[in-house]
Write a protein that binds this ligand. Structure first.
Ligand code: F6P
Length: 745
């Protein structure tokens, strides 16, 4: 409550009491006192005047009687007098005696009863009839009329004094109220803060010292209990993470809140082919992870419309319902000009940030013009978020390094939005990041998020170190939060995963059949050992290192020459960038070189497939192979590793996994390798090819258990649960801020 109100309310209350209770009470009291005085006075006058009056009546001289009255009437309060004689209704009276007042009227009032007349010009009068009890002249009555206007004058004066008294009194009461309220709010707010810090609950002594806090403590405890109850069932060990579980979170903790995803890559690409429009699913870990989440959550996914038939397939608002065969959410496409795509996507995102964040020994290139496009495209997407948001507080899931500036831009436009930004690639150390000319702008943009997610704790640590080094921000390493520009960003680890079971597994043929088909496709014998690698043709993926390891295996363990073939699926990617084109060339050359090194092999050691494959095709290869080799030089997570595990419902197959992929932290049952060490990788390949079935099964079972449990619904669910908790917490702190404002008002 505002201070002025705290002062005014007691003041007005006191004045109300004065006007409606005190004034009538005092008026009534004073009137009664004065009437009693006048009665006493009338008695005195009557007693004193009795003898002279009886004598004058005896003398029978009305003129002398009137003169006597005139003498008595010199008293300032006495207004008139009259004498009633027995048998006469007309009294003998002084000149001012109220006309029309007859002796018969007096009987109605009796002895000592007052009669108030208000006839002008006299004003209020007090009439008292006093019988003169005298044997000499029985039946005489003296009528004394007093002027009562002095009563009104006195009352008026008394009211004035009373008014001053009440104003002074109420001012004092109001002041005391304000002081007490101030002291008591301070105590309450202090107590509330202590409660929110947990002190009020863990230190009962303080609550006991402030009994007025008990009801509030109860409320807060109840809220905490509710939160715990809500979250406990979703504890990792108890919850089976399914689309339904994710939906339950959205319908429970976050009910009524829409979900908007922003990413550069779209989940469905419409391409024009000679046979008509075809829908393609891109080779993207991000899409692999997010698509099932969106199928579960509905909402809107905003992405760059990059397909040749994309424009032809959207509605007037650039939206299309997807998946095409069973629509579950909306895809809103954003169109980019070739210059924008070159500057924002190829330039700043993929020639700047991508090599900056990956330790793959490719130098980042930064150009101002690229950054300007990056900023402008981030603005365009932020506008699209606002455009798509149906409420002021949507949940916005911002994906990846293409949109480092976007969280702040959305925060400025929708201050109550819950913005969860997820960085799908590694975060470098502060020295490495600091070479970016727009490092501070990028950090500022990212810190517009409510939650900022990375795959590993190591990347969270790097990010906090970077903020600590470069910004004037408060970094709390206990809660892993950053406070910057007055708002809080929680920096947490959310290891991404895949849906379980994957959609691509639905129509798979049995493993034996997949093995047969794939071998047949390449003219390989049924007993040929097969290795598989699946990625975009990206220099961070370590494809060259992988091929070298295959070559080394054939050198060290020549028994595998002709018996082992490594199939590499390499989807073309980022073809506008020189480094990628060069890399693609190198990969082809190295594959050819290795194949040429073993001319005696009946079947080529390496089969390179540089074209796009749909997930179902990829899964068929994964199921057909003896081993899968993930040799990233640096990778946020790497979902191919998890897809291989998901594809092996036969519990067979061995995973070779780079120690530099985030997935290696979760999958120790894989054969963990250093892709730079060709001998070690070759040895691991040999171990994989000779691993007994039991050992394969034991390892695969453990890994399948982990991926099944830590699936992508959990990834999204954990972030949404944290977002819901954050919303609750900010509700509580808004509550305590309001109290603080009141306190300081
Ligand atoms: O690794 C980061 C990432 O966004 C992945 O999630 C995805 O697999 C890849 O990059 C996509 O690259 P692009 O969209 O440039 O083809």
């Amino acid at each position: 409550m505002r201070l002025s109100l705290r002062f005014l309310i007691p003041l007005l209350l006191a004045l109300g009491v004065f006007a409606y209770a005190a004034v009538p009470l005092v008026d009534g009291l004073m009137l009664r006192w004065f009437v009693r005085d006048l009665d006493i006075r009338a008695n005195l006058v009557a007693n004193a005047a009795q003898d002279p009056l009886v004598a004058l009546v005896d003398q029978g001289s009305p003129a002398r009687l009137t003169r006597y009255f005139a003498r008595l009437l010199q008293d300032e309060r006495m207004h008139a007098m009259a004498l009633c004689l027995p048998g006469l209704d007309q009294p003998i009276s002084s000149p001012d005696f109220p006309a029309g007042l007859r002796c018969s009227d007096l009987e109605r009032y009796g002895e000592g009863r007052e009669l108030r007349l208000f006839s002008a010009p006299h004003g209020p009068l007090h009439v008292a009839a006093k019988p003169l009890d005298d044997a000499r002249a029985p039946g005489l009555q003296l009528v004394l009329v007093h002027d009562m206007s002095f009563v009104d004058r006195r009352s008026e004066e008394t009211r004035r004094y009373l008014f001053v008294f009440f104003v002074a009194l109420s001012a004092i009461v109001a002041l005391i109220t304000v002081v007490i309220a101030q002291l008591s709010w301070r105590g309450w707010v202090h107590g509330l803060r202590a409660l929110l810090r947990g002190e009020g609950i863990v230190r009962p002594a303080s609550a006991a010292a402030m009994p007025e806090l008990r009801p509030l403590a109860r409320d807060v405890r109840e809220l905490v209990r509710q939160l715990e109850q809500q979250y406990r069932p979703r504890d990792d060990s108890q919850l089976a993470w399914t689309p339904q579980a994710l939906r339950a979170i959205l319908e429970g903790e976050l009910s009524g809140h829409e979900v908007i995803v922003v990413s550069n890559r779209e989940p469905y690409i419409h391409v024009q082919t000679p046979a008509g429009v075809r829908v393609q699913r891109p080779a993207s870990g991000l899409v692999t992870a997010l698509e099932p989440v969106m199928r579960a959550c509905s909402g809107t996914w905003i992405a760059h419309g990059s397909g040749s038939a994309d424009r032809a397939t959207v509605d007037l608002n650039d939206r299309i319902d997807v998946p095409p065969d069973a629509p579950a959410y909306k895809l809103r496409r954003i169109w980019l000009s070739p210059e924008e795509e070159a500057g924002y996507y190829s330039g700043f995102a993929n020639e700047g940030l991508w090599p900056l964040c990956h330790i793959a020994h490719v130098r980042p290139t930064f150009r101002s013009a690229d950054f300007e496009h990056y900023r402008a495209v981030n603005e365009r997407f932020a506008e699209a978020v606002v455009d798509e948001a149906k409420s002021p507080d949507p949940i916005v899931l911002v994906q990846d390094y293409h949109f480092a500036l976007l969280p702040r831009m959305v925060r400025d436009r929708l201050p109550n939005a819950t913005i969860i930004a997820f960085w799908h690639i590694p975060w470098p150390n502060p020295e490495a990041f600091a070479i970016c000319p727009w490092r501070n702008e990028l950090l500022d943009g990212m810190l517009g998020s409510s939650i900022l997610g990375f795959h590993t704790q190591f990347h969270c640590n790097n990010f906090l170190d970077t903020v600590d080094r470069l910004l004037e921000a408060r970094v709390d390493r206990e809660s892993f939060t950053v406070t910057f520009r007055g708002s809080l960003t929680a920096v947490h680890r959310y290891p991404i995963s895949i849906e379980w079971p994957p959609q691509a597994m639905r129509n798979q043929v049995p493993v034996d059949e997949a093995r047969r088909r794939v071998r047949e496709r390449f003219g390989l014998p049924a007993n040929q050992f097969l290795g598989i690698g699946v990625e975009r043709l990206d220099y961070t993926k370590g494809v060259l290192e992988r091929f070298r390891a295959v070559g080394r295996l054939l050198e060290i363990e020549p028994q595998w020459i002709g018996r082992f073939t490594f199939v590499q699926i390499a989807a073309p990617t980022r073809g506008m960038i020189g480094d990628y084109r060069d890399y693609g060339e190198r990969v082809k050359v190295v594959a050819d070189e290795i194949n040429a090194r073993f001319p005696q092999a009946a079947h080529p050691p390496i089969v390179l497939l540089t074209e796009h494959h749909e997930p179902e095709q990829v899964y068929e290869y994964l199921r057909a192979a003896e081993l899968c080799f993930v040799s990233s030089l640096h990778d946020g997570m790497n979902l191919v590793a998890k897809e291989f595990i998901a594809s092996r419902d036969d519990e067979r197959g061995v995973l070779l996994l780079s120690q530099f992929a985030g997935a290696s932290r979760e999958l120790p049952e894989a054969l963990i390798v250093n892709p730079y060490d060709a001998d070690q990788c070759a040895a691991a390949l040999h171990v994989a090819l000779t691993m007994p079935a039991d050992e394969q099964r034991a390892r695969m079972r453990l890994m399948r258990g982990l991926v099944a449990e830590f699936n992508v619904y959990r990834w999204a669910g954990r972030m949404l649960i944290d977002a819901a908790a954050m919303r609750q917490r900010s509700r509580l702190s808004r509550y305590s801020r309001d109290r603080e404002r009141l306190e300081s008002a």
